[in-house]
Design a protein around this ligand. Structure first.
Ligand SMILES: Cc1ncc(COP(=O)(O)O)c(C=O)c1O
Length: 509
């Protein structure tokens, strides 16, 4: 995307994470000095999209680095090709192929695991890097003086805090006070004090309250808000890195099962960053893209609102970086389903039921440990869409598990006490399995026509133009495919600046 084109579209490059020119060389000098002091080498977008291009010297050095520490080398693990131990390299992203006995459909549902990512065990660290790296490399953010603010419902802000920590820059997570206990425990361990965790009122869907807090904090020029919901670095990182990783995975599945083809990509939407992978996959395979949201907060499906417990998604607005006109289906999943499956898949009673009644054991049973609440929503939505579209044994459905069950141990307790006061028994396990997996129905699945897409697209106006001050021209530009097709080229410019910054810092492996 050229700067003349951006200007014609009324885009504010710095605010929306679209800047490709050097903004401040003095800031850049200080950033290079910081990288030198801390021995930080920044990976390019191209390296994270294709980790085979990461030099062998880096892979060798990584072998001795703990993936759960703020070690700078962990930036080279911010991709999908970490092995199960999270220290080595995998040929294809870690994943599971769900059998028809679980899904009740012949379609081949493939779930890629985000819990192999470093530091936060969730793929949102990729979104955080995608938003920050271009700003570091173009001198828009000074890590020696400024504070990075990470508005989120829990995983993106953890990714941002982790990267800020290894950079040695000030930061703060901005998130609703009602998110899971495990998120806050992680933040307590990785931050240096309570002023680095800014709690806003409400839970999952209270994004407006997060924006309001950020607007106040932004009054101080030392604070830089990295807003994942309107930062195109998030989209570009997923389009290139998640998109290409899933493409490689799909080609492996095709090689293992000749005659199959990818038909659908399914992703629950929070910031809609992950959905960016769908734009790449559409180009590669011509498949359809489905956006998933909680039925209790069906903003896209019914222009509805409400509270729900599918943590990480359903943020009660249409993100600026959601390519609505390129979306083909919207699927509503009830949080009752994700809550009950979380209990089924992570309790002794539930796991015994799976082993005894459905012959699910070993690696397949282990795979469920890699699925948190939104991951289960993706699985359920994949089943619903496969049934609705009549997909069969030759059709591959690709989806992701953003984070694993470890982030929700306290939720398992809470849900069990609330919904199974006399204990979760074999009958409850059977019912959860039949209702939400093999027996999942096709209700609340909308195949989008042009008018549906326009309705959803137009809904975004109220957040972005009226509330957040994005120009009408910039908002409207996103209606055209040309706009979205121009975005991946930004990464080429960012990569040139990242390489230049690495030269300036002189850090080598
Ligand atoms: C657990 C979880 N699932 C899904 C999502 C949604 O991903 P995206 O923001 O890329 O749409 C998020 C986002 O924070 C998340 O934390």
């Amino acid at each position: 995307m050229r700067s003349r084109q951006r200007a014609a579209w009324g885009l504010d490059p710095m605010k929306l994470g679209l800047e490709t020119a050097i903004v401040d060389t003095q800031v850049l000098d200080r950033t290079a000095a910081r990288c030198r002091e801390r021995n930080i080498l920044l990976p390019t977008f191209a390296q994270l999209a294709d980790p085979d291009s990461i030099p062998d010297s880096v892979w060798s050095a990584l072998a001795a680095v703990d993936p759960d520490t703020p070690h700078p080398m962990n930036l080279f693990r911010v991709h999908w090709f970490n092995d199960d131990g999270r220290t080595g390299r995998a040929a294809v992203p870690a994943h599971v192929v769900l059998p028809p006995s679980i899904t009740g459909t012949d379609a081949i549902i493939v779930v890629a695991f985000g819990d192999r990512f470093p530091m936060i065990r969730a793929h949102k660290v990729l979104a955080a890097y995608g938003c920050l790296a271009p700003r570091l490399a173009t001198g828009q953010f000074d890590p020696t003086t400024q504070r990075a603010l990470w508005p989120s419902t829990g995983n993106y802000c953890r990714g941002g805090v982790a990267i800020s920590r290894l950079l040695g820059c000030r930061s703060a997570a901005v998130l609703p006070e009602g998110m899971s206990r495990e998120r806050f425990e992680w933040l307590d361990r990785w931050t240096e004090g309570p002023d680095e965790i800014i709690k806003t009122p409400g839970t999952e869907s209270n994004v407006k309250e997060i924006y309001d807090a950020c607007t106040e904090l932004e009054a101080d020029p030392q604070n830089l808000v990295l807003n994942q919901f309107c930062d195109f670095g998030n989209h570009v990182a997923h389009r290139l890195c998640t998109g290409r990783a899933l493409e490689r995975l799909a080609r492996q599945v095709q090689a293992d099962r000749p005659g199959t083809h990818p038909a659908l990509f399914v992703s629950a939407t929070g910031s809609a960053g992950t959905l960016g992978a769908g734009d790449h996959l559409k180009g590669a395979f011509g498949l359809k893209c489905a956006a998933v949201e909680p039925l209790e907060c069906p903003t896209l499906l019914y222009n509805g609102y409400g509270e729900h417990n599918i943590q990480g998604i359903g943020d009660r607005h249409v993100p600026l970086i959601h390519n609505v006109m390129g979306t083909d289906l919207v699927i509503g999943v009830t949080d009752r389903a994700t809550d009950h499956l979380l209990v089924l898949l992570n309790t002794d009673v539930g796991r015994a039921h799976l082993a005894d009644q459905h012959d699910i054991s070993g690696l397949l049973l282990d795979a469920f440990r890699s699925m948190g609440l939104s991951s289960l929503a993706n699985v359920i939505a994949s089943i619903k869409a496969a049934k609705r579209l009549g997909l069969g044994r030759d059709d591959i459905v690709l989806t992701v598990a953003t984070d694993g069950a470890a982030m929700y141990a306290s939720e398992i307790e809470r849900i069990s006490v609330r919904d199974f006061p006399s204990g979760f028994d074999a009958g409850d396990a059977g019912e959860a399995f039949e209702s939400w997996l093999s027996g999942a129905t096709t209700d609340h699945v909308l195949e989008l026509e042009t008018m549906d897409r326009e309705r959803i697209f137009n809904l975004g106006y109220f957040t972005w133009v009226e509330q957040q001050g994005v120009s009408l021209a910039a908002f409207e530009a996103r209606r055209s495919r040309e706009f979205w097709d121009g975005l991946p080229s930004l990464a080429r410019s960012w990569d040139e600046h990242i390489i230049d910054l690495n030269h300036r810092s002189g850090v080598r492996t």
